[in-house]
Design a binder for this molecule. Sequence first.
Ligand SMILES: Cc1cc2nc3c(=O)[nH]c(=O)nc-3n(C[C@H](O)[C@H](O)[C@H](O)COP(=O)(O)OP(=O)(O)OC[C@H]3O[C@@H](n4cnc5c(N)ncnc54)[C@H](O)[C@@H]3O)c2cc1C
Length: 351
Amino acid sequence: PWGEAYAWLSTYNLIAIGGASPTVGAIGGFLQNGGHGPLTRWKGMAADQVLEFDVVTADGERQTVNACQNKDLFWALRGGGGGSFAVVLSTVLRTFPSPSMVSIIYIISAANETRYAHFIRDFIRFMPTLADAGCAGYFYMTDTTISIAFFVPNGDLTVTTAIIDQLMKNYTDLQFIQNSIATFPSFYAYFSETMAKSNPTGGNVLLGSRLIPETIIRNQPDQVAEVLFQTRGRSKNQSILIGHLVAGGQVSNTLIDNSVSPGWRTALLHMIHAQGWDDNTSAADQEILASRLRTQVNILQTVAGGAQSSCYINEADPNEPNWQQKFFGTQANYDRLKSIKKSVDPNGLFI
Ligand SMILES: Cc1cc2nc3c(=O)[nH]c(=O)nc-3n(C[C@H](O)[C@H](O)[C@H](O)COP(=O)(O)OP(=O)(O)OC[C@H]3O[C@@H](n4cnc5c(N)ncnc54)[C@H](O)[C@@H]3O)c2cc1C
């Protein structure tokens, strides 16, 4: 898993482009479905970093897959789905010298919905400024609270502090449950202190996802903010809205030719509405929660490009209608993957 890969790489002062949780497998479903993470804005999607796969194909043959050999399979395995095309034994990934990290952590609570909505509006208006400053990270919205865990790889503490102050200066009336801006000498030092400590697994949760295009955030920030305000989580019904500022930057590099959903190439934010439930919730009530989740995703979709919007297959609602286009970005991407699947696994050995 990425926790171990990051630890090993750190002994060489290197990093690779992995996920935010230490338990996510490094070269399985995460990588083969695209893979976003703390450093993807900086260097591109995880799947963009693959130089070669060592695989066993459905005919039982061990094969090398790269830009010269088995080119179609190389294209498909970089974004088109784990478990579908071949068993991946190992992968050669690009590595990079580890950046230092400026970490920005804020947990902010507003006294009422009006003030909260106001802050969210300014936060989204400010998103392009943050993105242009190299910022990436995660935010979590519930009730009238927002938790922000952003960071700037190779950032400057003074510059970052000045940028964040621009956003926060009008909100001194809000309750700052936590606020800190600090520098870490390496990605691994940052990761160990923050993300490695959280392991959000083992609960009951259904996710619904939408990729929010960068042009919509830049041109219609107030509509985006209004939608995020509406679809935010409610602690009383175990829901949370999660924002991933992990796209844009190098993720938008359209010269890369792989099967990562084209929706990623135009996105800035990936939004997830997460709905939890207790073990003793009846099947009928779970259906109600699943349908409530669909309603929230439909609202998110209004600022995600409407019917043509897409989601992130690894964090998607399994009940998503029109999943071919939604999971794979476009019908054309899905159709090409399907034809490669037919040629490399004609008897459907893999699901
Ligand atoms: C706590 C948590 C945090 C997460 N954080 C992130 C994140 O930061 N970024 C992100 O992009 N996603 C994240 N995810 C989503 C994650 O990418 C998906 O859950 C992904 O499917 C995990 O892949 P896995 O290989 O670890 O899991 P698995 O469930 O083992 O595999 C998923 C699929 O891939 C196939 N597969 C696995 N290994 C191989 C292999 N070697 N060869 C071929 N097929 C294989 C399996 O058959 C299965 O179909 C997170 C998920 C969790 C639970």
